[in-house]
Write a protein that binds this ligand. Structure first.
Ligand code: SDX
Length: 426
């Protein structure tokens, strides 16, 4: 519910000999913004906010983050509560539909996911033509874009049930595509989804089952994978979600829109960071000096960053990192796995969190700092880490696309400040 401040609080802008009042809007958690929709019309000026650090681009009721307090809620429910469901599919339903599913809704949604878990057989042959070393994020983005060719009815004029079907198809089929991309990369026969397995159990089975070495579903592995996917499922207006909302505003079909979101997520400053964290921890382990590496990161002459640290919104511990750190510890202990990179990660965190460079800049571990260690323990290869992030973020992207379409959003087309050559200038 969005309210226009009843005391008609406003910002007064005096510029170019003019004085205009900018109405203030207040969100349900007290966030305040002044609406500049009439700015150019009334003053001839535009606002400038490169990388949109201080700019709200929409109203949204999907996810709330308080970066100062380390709060994250999906549809008003704290993330700490949602991980207790240990059911990514239920949280996916919550994000896309606005409420957790009742028993009947949950059953129907799971049935729709199962029904749409198989890839079109003609699409399965696409994998035969990707180079063996192709990064699975590039394969995933390509395959999802190709879905529009195989299921052309997804466009904005389609009825709700088509969007429901496309949602299930994406959430379910992307999991199949991800596992098939992995199997192809190691030269093994692909494993088909099974109707009798849950979402995460099916994924692990498709990844690790083999005709010569049958995979035994491990409940602890299924549990922690559900938790990781829940923690990554949405995060309001992050780079890839903003990409989805922007592309979607041009009324591009849902598959092409999600394909663009995957491309944005693959960036090392965004979802690609989980793979970069493990590469960094291994580099530190091989060179055996945490303090030396942290000092290099602080030296502005170097461009390297402490991967998995820092966040545009969180200026305290990322609540997701807190949960993953604990779950990672417990899982490795239960599975009797010792990973030296976890010890390195703990040492890096300790050194950084006692160093004024990081404290003064409010740089804390983010969601990517520990997630890769869990994926390693599950046997998932590093080049699949960001694919796991994409699998998880799908319901978030779809929820934002639906919200943006539902609000009849105009096509996104920002302004600029031109600083190029004047007419006739050499
Ligand atoms: C995700 O937006 C989301 O919600 C994203 C996400 C999601 O769920 O969708 O949470 C997922 O993308 C998490 C972030 C994963 N990326 C990384 O871990 C890469 C490492 N982190 C950074 O590059 C950085 O912290 C960002 C990109 C995450 C945020 O950067 P900002 O907000 O643009 O901050 P900045 O670049 O303005 O940095 C401010 C200062 C600078 O120093 P000074 O110029 O003040 O001297 O902090 C420094 C930066 O150099 N800094 C770091 C640092 N991050 C910021 N210095 C060393 N190591 C870092 N990681």
């Amino acid at each position: 519910m969005m309210e226009m401040n009843s005391e008609s609080e406003f910002a007064v802008l005096k510029v170019g000999g003019k004085e205009i009042k900018l109405p203030v809007v207040v969100g349900t958690e007290g966030e305040k913004a002044f609406d500049i929709a009439q700015l150019r019309k009334e003053t001839g000026y535009v606002s400038l906010d490169q990388s949109l650090t201080n700019t709200a681009v929409c109203y949204s009721s999907i996810t709330f983050i308080d970066g100062e307090k380390g709060i994250l809620r999906y549809r008003g429910i704290p993330i700490e509560e949602l991980v207790k469901t240990e059911a990514f599919v239920k949280v996916a339903y919550l994000l896309v539909h606005g409420t957790l599913p009742d028993e009947e809704q949950g059953r129907l949604f799971s049935r729709l996911l199962n029904k749409n878990s198989l890839l079109h057989e003609d699409m399965r042959h696409f994998f035969d033509h990707f180079p063996r070393g192709a990064h699975p994020m590039h394969i995933l983005s390509t395959m999802i874009n190709a879905l529009a060719a195989f299921y052309p009815n997804v466009d904005l004029l389609s009825m709700d049930e088509d969007i429901e079907l496309s949602t299930a198809r994406l959430i379910s089929m992307v999991r199949t595509m991800a596992a098939m991309a992995y199997k192809k990369s190691i030269g093994e026969p692909v494993v088909y989804p099974r109707h009798d397995l849950s979402y995460c159990a099916n994924f692990l089975n498709m990844m690790f089952d083999s005709p010569v070495a049958p995979y035994t579903i491990c409940p602890e592995a299924v549990r922690i994978l559900n938790i990781l996917l829940i923690l990554h499922a949405d995060h309001e207006q992050n780079c890839s979600t903003t990409t989805v909302r922007t592309i979607g505003s041009a009324q591009v079909n849902l598959y092409a829109t999600i394909s663009a979101g995957i491309s944005a997520l693959s960036g090392p400053l965004h979802g690609g960071a989980n793979q970069e964290v493990v590469e960094m921890l291994r580099h530190i382990q091989e060179n055996g000096d945490v303090k030396k590496y942290v000092d290099q990161v602080k030296d502005k002459k170097n461009t390297q960053r402490l991967m998995g640290f820092g966040h545009r919104v969180y200026k305290t511990f990322d609540p997701r990192a807190k949960i993953i750190k604990k779950e990672c510890h417990d899982f490795l202990r239960k599975m009797n796995i010792s990973d030296p990179l976890l010890d390195v990660a703990l040492e890096v965190e300790d050194v950084a969190l006692h160093d004024d460079y990081f404290i003064s800049r409010h740089l804390y571990p983010n969601v990517d700092f520990y997630s890769g260690i869990v994926y390693r323990a599950l046997g998932i290869p590093e080049n699949m880490f960001t694919v796991m992030f994409a699998l998880a973020r799908l319901p978030g992207w779809i929820a934002h696309w639906k919200e943006m379409i539902g609000a009849n959003t105009k096509i996104v087309r920002p302004r600029q400040v031109y600083i190029g050559k004047r007419l006739g200038e050499k």
